[in-house]
Design a protein. Structure first.
Ligand code: SF4
Length: 363
């Protein structure tokens, strides 16, 4: 963090990169270029630093499904509600999960009505709480490959505990990326450097081999994103495509061996629905059988409910998550839907495209 920020040299370098992007776009005769910035953290950088306004008009940066809270399906939020309703448990959740709207209300509303729901900033706080109380503690674990290793490490540490379990809504990035590329007209992807830091660049090679689009593993400073856009337009200008690692100061080909080892030991992947996306193969991380006693779904006999899919009449988050709509294209944006009164998950969380855009929207 801060690697590039606020230096005169960085400003000059940014101008050079932007000039080079503009030149390449002229050479490309202003052809429309849709680049998906997959991850909510990239959307944050792009919006906070006004990068869209600095790029030529033919470059359209669209956000993707890389917000773990936004893609957590309602049926899994209902599991958390069910365990609160039926059992004397303490449910621990991350702050962003609290306000996600569902037809049964949000967890925040449930908490206000008396459900024993506690906020934690990491799973170790939930584990610590379980050590201090006799009650059952159920942790609602969400996140991509970036947070799943800490959940796995906590499970390995909890071996002797009998009052701790999790509902795992952890999701894997690459099945979603593959789905989006197979269904949308995207010219290139700014790939999440934080995920690649764990997985390494190798899994992205498989996606590249299949779709042959410019894929740029990218860091989270503004300069990182601008460099990634330049790499995309250079590839398109050469009529070429490749997987490039812009974030090589952090991402290695083979990733983080410790994190990968924890993931492999604790979790297995199963087919699962995503909010806004269909059921994706091997996309949800669930506990392996040897850790079954920590699986709240089997421990409490929780059953997933059938949830009526959301439609455009109720929320446009699905289109936003698939990169088919920009938040401002949603008829509810900044009208019926605001952070104070969200209609969909993308307006509730700090990684949600609508909430990020709302904060910088001219009004
Ligand atoms: Fe969903 Fe609200 Fe965003 Fe529209 S503005 S896509 S309803 S979160």
């Amino acid at each position: 963090p801060g690697y590039y920020r606020n230096t005169v040299a960085t400003d000059a370098y940014a101008r050079q990169l932007l000039d080079a992007i503009a030149t390449k776009c002229i050479e490309l005769q202003g052809r429309p270029i849709r680049i998906m910035n997959f991850c909510g953290s990239h959307e944050h950088t792009i919006t906070q630093f006004g990068l869209r306004g600095l790029l030529p008009d033919n470059i359209n940066l669209v956000s993707g499904p890389g917000c773990p809270v936004c893609v957590t399906p309602i049926s899994e939020i209902y599991l958390a509600m069910d365990v609160c309703q039926k059992y004397d448990v303490i449910l621990t959740v991350y702050g962003d999960m609290l306000t996600i709207p569902t037809p049964r209300g949000s967890l925040e509303q449930w908490r206000a009505e008396g459900a024993n729901i506690r906020l934690v900033s990491d799973i170790n706080q939930a584990l610590q709480l379980a050590r201090q109380v006799k009650q059952q503690v159920v942790h609602f674990a969400v996140g991509f490959e970036t947070t799943a290793p800490s959940t796995g490490a906590a499970i390995m540490e909890a071996t002797d505990m009998t009052n701790f379990s999790i509902i795992s809504s952890h999701r894997l990035t690459l099945p979603a990326m593959e789905y989006v590329l197979s269904t949308s007209s995207i010219d290139a992807v700014i790939c999440p450097g934080n995920v690649a830091m764990v997985t390494g660049s190798e899994p992205f090679e498989k996606i590249f081999e299949k779709y042959r689009l410019p894929l740029i593993i990218t860091g989270f400073e503004p300069i990182d994103v601008i460099e990634a856009v330049l790499k995309v337009v250079c590839q398109l200008r050469e009529n070429a495509s490749s997987l490039e690692n812009q974030y090589s100061r952090v991402v290695r080909n083979t990733g983080n061996p410790t994190a990968k080892q924890i993931l492999a030991q604790v979790f297995q992947a199963e087919n699962a629905p995503w909010r806004g996306l269909p059921t994706l193969p091997e996309s949800r991380l669930v506990l392996k059988n040897i850790y079954e006693k920590f699986n709240a779904e089997s421990k409490f006999g929780l059953q997933k409910s059938q949830v009526v899919p959301e439609t455009e009449e109720t929320c446009c988050c699905a289109e936003v998550l698939r990169g088919e709509k920009q938040p401002k294209d949603c008829p509810y944006f900044d009208k019926e839907c605001t952070p104070e009164k969200p209609k969909g998950p993308c307006m509730t969380t700090t990684e949600g495209a609508c909430k990020i855009r709302y904060a910088s929207y001219p009004r």
